[in-house]
Design a protein. Structure first.
Length: 131
């Protein structure tokens, strides 16, 4: 029966790029792998407490997480590596900073990563623009 075998093959939804500053001609194999697949990408949490993180490249994309659910991922390439987060609060704040930058014609920005406590005492990730 064809339908059964179709269902057994879990179809992976294709990744969708929502926003990036990587130009089409910059998509080398290394760039693709480092930004999207590498196990050496660190958690954005690792940057909490660093004063100033220059954002060299970023990509915000939608993909399936380990559970097969669609989720937004943000990867930032900085001078000290590649950092990834799925934190909605961080992604929201970062996107707002990008919008300010776009409006002002600014292409180079630096950020700081903050771990903040929510009202119900959970920790969440946020980011702020560093002048």
């Amino acid at each position: 029966n064809m339908h059964e075998s179709d269902n057994l093959i879990k179809r992976r939804k294709t990744m969708e790029i929502l926003r990036t500053n990587i130009a089409d001609n910059e998509w080398t194999m290394d760039m693709s792998y480092d930004m999207l697949e590498s196990d050496e990408r660190l958690s954005m949490k690792e940057l909490a407490g660093v004063d100033k993180i220059p954002v060299e490249k970023y990509i915000l994309y939608k993909d399936e997480n380990a559970k097969g659910e669609e989720q937004n991922f943000l990867v930032i390439k900085s001078n000290n590596g590649f950092f990834v987060t799925t934190s909605p609060s961080f992604i929201r704040k970062f996107t707002r900073i990008l919008e300010c930058a776009t409006r002002s014609g600014v292409t180079d920005i630096s950020i700081a990563v903050e771990e903040i406590e929510t009202k119900n005492r959970r920790k969440c990730l946020s980011c702020k623009y560093v002048k």
